[in-house]
Design a protein around this ligand. Structure first.
Ligand SMILES: CC(C)(COP(=O)(O)OP(=O)(O)OC[C@H]1O[C@@H](n2cnc3c(N)ncnc32)[C@H](O)[C@@H]1OP(=O)(O)O)[C@@H](O)C(=O)NCCC(=O)NCCS
Length: 183
């Protein structure tokens, strides 16, 4: 099992087929999906496919979301990390081929700073280990928590755009500005 990074309180490791129950708990919860298009899943088969697609991304795209494990309990709490959005299917705001930072946790683990903690190490990983030129963040405007996380880790608000029938914010940080922040 590959561990990508550890934070003070979390292990961020490859997502595994054995994460099925946690992934189903996460994605079948309507509260979690409030700002994700309101389409919680209904079956474990959907989670199985999702896990499989992330595992394929590790190989095909060189990166994919990471499972987040709370060190103190050993619990699977959700996922965090980078995704390479590529091709027309992944296009957003008229853009293709970008590295997107994201996170999704089971609600009982919200409000503990885990999104900020995990997103920050994912950002460091993207720039320091992978040397990506730009990292992007996207959140619906109403998703205050997610917007706050993106701002807290240092991404710059670039613009708002129409996403389906609502509005979303687009954030970016490039490696030069990241280096300036770090120096
Ligand atoms: C968005 C999400 C990942 C935030 O996770 P979290 O671990 O609770 O976030 P953090 O604890 O790191 O919070 C970061 C900041 O946002 C604030 N925040 C978090 N949720 C908030 C909310 N619903 N309303 C207002 N502020 C909120 C926190 O208070 C904190 O601010 P502070 O440092 O000034 O106190 C979590 O709510 C979630 O999984 N939501 C469902 C999936 C989702 O929407 N993902 C993002 C898609 S773009």
């Amino acid at each position: 099992m590959k561990i990508f990074v550890e934070t003070e309180r979390l292990i961020l490791r490859e997502i595994l087929p054995t994460d099925l129950e946690g992934m189903f708990e996460l994605d079948s919860n309507p509260v979690v999906h409030k700002y994700l298009g309101n389409k919680p899943i209904k079956s474990r088969e959907e989670s199985e496919k999702y896990i499989q697609s992330i595992r394929e991304q590790y190989i095909d795209r060189g990166i994919g979301r990471w499972a987040a494990i709370e060190k103190s309990s050993g619990d699977f709490i959700g996922w965090s990390g980078l995704k390479f959005n590529t091709g027309e299917k992944d296009a957003l705001n008229g853009k293709q081929d970008f590295y997107d930072i994201g996170y999704r946790f089971i609600p009982r683990y919200w409000g503990k700073g885990y999104a900020t903690e995990s997103a920050l190490v994912a950002l460091n990983y993207g720039f320091k280990v992978k040397a990506y030129e730009t990292i992007t963040g996207i959140a619906l405007i109403g998703n205050i928590g997610s917007n706050k996380v993106l701002q807290k880790i240092g991404l710059n608000h670039i613009e708002d755009f129409n996403y389906e029938d609502t509005k979303a914010s687009w954030y970016e940080l490039n490696i030069k500005d990241y280096a300036k922040i770090m120096s």
